[in-house]
Write a protein that binds this ligand. Structure first.
Ligand code: PLP
Length: 428
């Protein structure tokens, strides 16, 4: 047994399934998960000394690559002044000011500790503000593991064989309505079935937890129109897209303004951070100003804020990062599409900016149903080949390929060569 295997065996004795988040267990692809010793820029090294080009980037936060010196130093410097105060600190103010300045739809923002918490809190605010209970989410969108969102969810839930989670009381799920991604009519139909009862529509503006499914032209603006007509709030879950598609996230990229937005991942630069924000009158519902209670012992943690701020400042001061990274994404998808065509592989390439996906299906992927037509065992075979050849992509068909600003053209070309070799070998 190598060291990863030994660690996995030990872990299984004391951690459910040996992992602290299900997708890490490699269940959908087989094989043994790698335990990671260190990561630097776009490379990740496991405890057995194998090094991979990393296309997970901690599931999104590491947009500037791993172990960025300025981020590391900011976190270490903050740690030198104390790990947590349980009282307000200057970095929280700076973080909130920066988010409000960069994302025009946000006038007030509250820091939390994960994307899940951000979503859970935003939903509570939406319900408190509108006085209505029902929430529309989309099949295949993942909004964290809070009870009410584990209904037709994406990400690990999509491959675990349990579409909904045990332990979620019916009462929690009954106010969650599910619509079809990229199908505004399915949303309209829910509003007509439940008139005056729907508090909010929550959406991943680019769905990145059923693979990557981009919004069709007009889909997001149609959601905006429907929510305005129905006096419901539109919530963009930008936990993945926030500060990734551009400084103003998917809302800036697609020019659609939500009422509330959730963030996570990039704003913490790898530290446990989330945030939710929106229009002042809505966010003034939040305690201690308003009657919606939400709190956190470690929220606005000084070390997490320092790391996140360092990352956001670099992005803000170097807007070319987005241009170049998104162009690299375009290049990757164009070349990969060409490879697919040449190999005659029954695959679809999707994505936008630095988010991409290779679906193992011949069908155009526009929603959960079409994403599910993917041949997951073909994906698993491809995944194992990639890993064996030094390329670390997500161990599931239904996740994104994340580019960072430090992935080079050489990295991308090497990756494309490995994919090409894979299909050549398959053809024999
Ligand atoms: N929302 C989206 C769109 C996500 O992708 C995720 C996690 O991947 C979450 C919410 C939950 O965030 P966290 O895992 O930090 O709780």
């Amino acid at each position: 047994m190598n060291r990863s295997e030994q660690l996995f065996e030990r872990a299984k004795n004391v951690i459910p399934g040996g992992v602290n988040s299900p997708v890490r267990a490699f269940q959908a692809v087989g094989g043994r998960p790698r335990f990671i010793a260190k990561a630097e820029k776009e490379m990740i090294t496991d405890v057995d000394g194998n090094t991979y080009i990393d296309y997970i980037g901690s599931w999104g936060p590491m947009i500037l690559g791993h172990n960025h010196p300025a981020i590391r130093e900011a976190a270490m410097e903050a740690a030198g002044r104390g790990l947590s105060f349980g009282a307000s600190c200057p970095a929280e103010v700076e973080m909130a000011e920066l988010i409000c300045q960069m994302v025009p739809s946000i006038e007030l923002v509250r820091m939390v500790n994960s994307g899940t918490e951000a979503v859970m809190s935003a939903l509570r605010v939406a319900r408190g503000y509108t006085g209505k209970n029902k929430i529309i989410k989309f099949e295949g969108c993942y909004h964290g593991h809070c009870d009410s969102m584990l209904v037709k969810a994406g990400s690990g839930v999509m491959t675990s064989g349990v579409p909904d989670s045990a332990g979620v009381p019916e009462g929690c799920a009954k106010d969650t309505l599910t619509a079809v991604y990229n199908d505004a009519d399915s949303v309209r139909s829910l509003f007509s079935q439940f008139p005056g009862e729907i508090a909010a529509v929550i959406v991943e503006p680019v769905a990145a937890n059923m693979g990557v499914v981009v919004p069709k032209e007009g889909f997001l603006s149609e959601l905006r129109r429907i929510c305005d007509e129905e006096k419901a709030l539109l919530i963009f879950d930008e936990v993945i897209t926030g500060f990734r598609l551009g400084f103003d996230g998917a809302q800036g990229y697609y020019g659609v303004t939500p009422d509330l937005t959730t963030f996570g991942k990039i704003i913490g630069a790898g530290m446990p951070v989330g945030a939710y924000g929106g229009r002042r009158e809505i966010m003034e519902m939040v305690s201690p100003v308003g009657s919606v209670y939400q709190a956190g012992t470690l929220s606005g943690n000084p070390v997490a804020m320092a790391a996140g701020l360092a990352q956001l400042h670099i992005l803000k001061e170097n807007p070319k990062i987005y241009e170049e990274m998104n162009a690299m994404g375009d290049y990757f998808r164009a070349e990969l599409s060409q490879l697919v065509k040449t190999a005659g592989a029954p695959c679809r390439v999707t994505g936008v900016g630095s988010l991409s996906c290779l679906f193992f299906t011949g069908e155009e992927v526009v929603d959960y149903r079409s994403a599910k037509t993917s041949d997951v065992s073909a994906f698993a075979d491809y995944f194992r080949y990639m890993l064996a050849h030094g390329i670390y992509v997500a161990p599931s068909q239904f996740e994104a390929i994340f580019l960072s600003s430090v992935h080079t053209k050489e990295d991308v070309d090497r990756t494309l060569t490995v994919i090409e070799d894979y299909w050549k070998e398959k053809a024999h």
